[in-house]
Design a protein around this ligand. Structure first.
Ligand code: AHR
Length: 320
């Protein structure tokens, strides 16, 4: 696939010149990868960006990096620009699941392979992308639910509030689904309120304040779809005069350093791991693709669960 494009030259006037910058990288023998990142909403995302940038450098891949600032339209624009630049491979982490078919078809028509990392799309036509590498978000929601069922000590109704991730995103949809699947046969576990905190600390705090205003001391558990929202909510809980991790049990997802610090301070009860360190895997997939190898359609990241009791021991090993 890459060889013919690699050799593509266009004529401007009488002189054949390199068509665009990616061709210069190719002339230097480098693979050109266009990557559209969602933004910088969380500690997780920052670590993911760093992993992609550093591993591209290490692999000698020319990375065209674009930050979409949480907007699908910006990701679509970036992908179109990668197509126009004739990059070798396009990779992206889709902010939401739907609405990608047209632009993915444009990439397919241009014969540029697309790799999905971190989040997937809901396209029926699976030929629109080569592989999807990242976590099993539904399983993460299940792990959070299982931990809660196994570790909740109190009697009677268990009133849960839920901070969801970005509306329409795969992790928000799947984590909710996985968590609900586990608690659905346990009627005493009830989700009282559920709202998006957009995967950010600021919004997590704001929404938790509203939950506390509406439900007050009735809240027994917070399930946050990521650590950043949990950390924001911890502030709200403390400002309301309650003890996070004790008066309100907190279950969240990611396993970022901030969550480990909160666990070590006794303010967060468990974090289900979701690894952002997808860069090395992505770069080796890009190289395999360019070498004509077939990739598995789905590459699932292996991850653990870190309860508060393990935090101090695990903290020194954390890479993000
Ligand atoms: O897609 C992964 C999710 O996106 C992470 O859990 C969250 O922190 C991030 O913003």
């Amino acid at each position: 696939m890459g060889t013919s494009r690699r050799q593509t030259l266009v004529a401007i006037g009488a002189m054949p010149v390199l068509a665009a910058l990616p061709h210069i990288a190719r002339a230097q023998g480098k693979i050109v990868l266009g990557f559209s990142q969602i933004g910088a909403e969380s500690e997780w995302r920052t670590a993911n960006t760093e992993s992609i940038k550093s591993s591209a450098k290490e692999a000698g891949i020319d990375l065209k990096f674009s930050d979409a600032q949480q907007k699908q339209e910006n990701q679509i624009k970036a992908i179109r620009s990668f197509i126009a630049q004739k990059v070798d491979v396009i990779a992206f982490s889709p902010v939401v699941e739907s609405g990608w078919d047209t632009v993915l078809m444009e990439a397919k028509d241009a014969k540029i392979p697309v790799i999905l990392t971190d989040r997937s799309v809901d396209s029926k036509d699976k030929s629109l992308y080569v592989t999807f590498m990242g976590s099993d978000f539904t399983e993460e929601g299940r792990k959070a639910g299982r931990w809660l069922l196994e570790n909740y000590k109190g009697q009677g109704d268990v009133n849960i509030v839920e901070l969801q991730g970005t509306v329409g995103s795969a992790p928000a949809i799947d984590r909710k689904k996985g968590f609900e699947e586990i608690i659905k046969d346990k009627p005493r576990f009830k989700i009282l309120r559920s709202q998006t905190g957009e995967f950010t600390r600021a919004k997590g705090k704001e929404v938790m304040e509203a939950f506390l205003k509406a439900e007050g001391k009735k809240i027994n558990v917070l399930f946050a779809h990521n650590d950043d929202m949990a950390i924001g909510a911890i502030q709200a809980i403390e400002e309301a005069g309650l003890k996070p991790g004790k008066d309100i049990l907190i279950v969240s997802i990611d396993g970022v350093k901030g969550a480990f610090q909160a666990m070590m301070a006794g303010k967060l009860n468990v974090s289900v791991e979701c690894s952002p360190l997808l860069g090395p895997q992505l770069m080796s997939a890009v190289k395999d693709l360019m070498a004509g190898k077939t990739l598995p359609k789905r590459i699932v990241t292996q991850e653990g669960v870190f309860p508060q009791e393990t935090a101090a021991k695990e903290f020194p090993n954390r890479k993000y």
